[in-house]
Design a protein around this ligand. Sequence first.
Ligand SMILES: *Cc1c(COP(=O)(O)O)cnc(C)c1O
Length: 458
Amino acid sequence: MSENEPVGGNAPVRRVSDWDAARLRELAAEHGTPLYVQDLDRVRENCERLLAAFPDADVRYAVKAHTGRAVLEAVRDAGLDAECASAGEVDRALAAGFDGSRLHYTAVNPPARDLDYVVDAAEAEPDITVTAGAVDTLDRLAERGYDGRVCVRVNPGVGAGHHEKVTTGGAAKFGIPYDRAAAVAREAAERFDAVGIHAHAGSGIDPDQLDSHRELVARMGELARELAEPSDETAAPLDLEYVDVGGGFGVPYEEDAPPLDLSAVAAATREAVAPLPAGVDLAVEPGRYVVADAGVLLTRVNTVKPTPDETVVGVDAGMTDLLRPAMYDAYHPISNLGGGRDRDGGDAPAPADREATPVTVAGPICETGDALCRNRALADPFRGDLLAVGVAGAYGYEMASQYNSRPRPAEVALDDGTATTARRRETLGDLTVVEREAASDGNRPEATPDGDRPEAGR
Ligand SMILES: *Cc1c(COP(=O)(O)O)cnc(C)c1O
């Protein structure tokens, strides 16, 4: 199958130019900017393509890419499980109706209050699975009386990613070193219900990184076979349910980048993991792929400043709204939807009738890194123009902050074309609410410091 052929009957990518510009202008006028727009129909299409490409695998949505309630419900209804990175994400997934059997919590150096929360939650939902990447994490679960489902996170020694900051597969922070993983999994099985092994290479598997993905998957297949049929005859065989090879499926951010060939990734994955022991399923955990091209960030031009080097276009969204360009030098496509005025107050020409000018689009934050793009050709901007920043649905709102005392933006969810406010715009009052509450509590220490209790050392 060619890389541009739809999988499961829908387009492999939605570009920023595929959005209905008139509708986006309408939403910006109604809700103000900066505004995230997340299209649930596109989320569903992405889920469908994943399920079609991996029909016999367990597909788990990595919730951290977008935790909005409406998105979680859409993903749940589509049939994906939830992969959570914190107690807060487990809480959101439970609230969105994922039951324990569809809930996976991956504990990375988990704070005590996260473990407390999840061990509590597992009493009501005993089918929750906790994925641990260190023996200490397993010990801390046992100390809390937990004897439920665990999965062992393995450091496969290979990583992949669009940026070194998100390449996890080879980083010592993540997972049990590969050559100790079998022993740790066997020991875990004596204390818990050991149901799986897991590895995540990093974020951003793209067409030229398939080889490292294949290598990771092959190592995980080998480990699964070793655990099911130990080469050491004194070791007890494990009855695993799954091998989880992580997420990281890339999406094309550049306008001309080809979409990931999902069926090729699926075929390479199946081939590299084989032969899986009887009864062991493959699992994958895409986050970005599910939500990235389902979201745009709308921002309004407030300043156009020609300088000898470039034209700086000031907008009302910055690194506090969309951190990826500042943090990862990430590229996001930007389209000028027009609507601005010239200096005499007249309507500016339609963007299609303007020259393209190289511009830097910069936000309101007092940091040089606060730019959404640099030196990019954009239809000559006017004050009041609306810009659509594409492929912003993953790690967009999630990484938003209140730095520079900027309230976080609003978000609307589109469902079958109908817009509802999914996250209201924060107010200046929201910025100080935790301070005012602390003051009205008479600055007493936290009422429930349970998560901070010292734990037994080793
Ligand atoms: C972040 C993460 C994912 C998802 O990564 P994407 O690049 O968004 O697909 C999957 N698994 C784990 C353990 C993660 O931390």
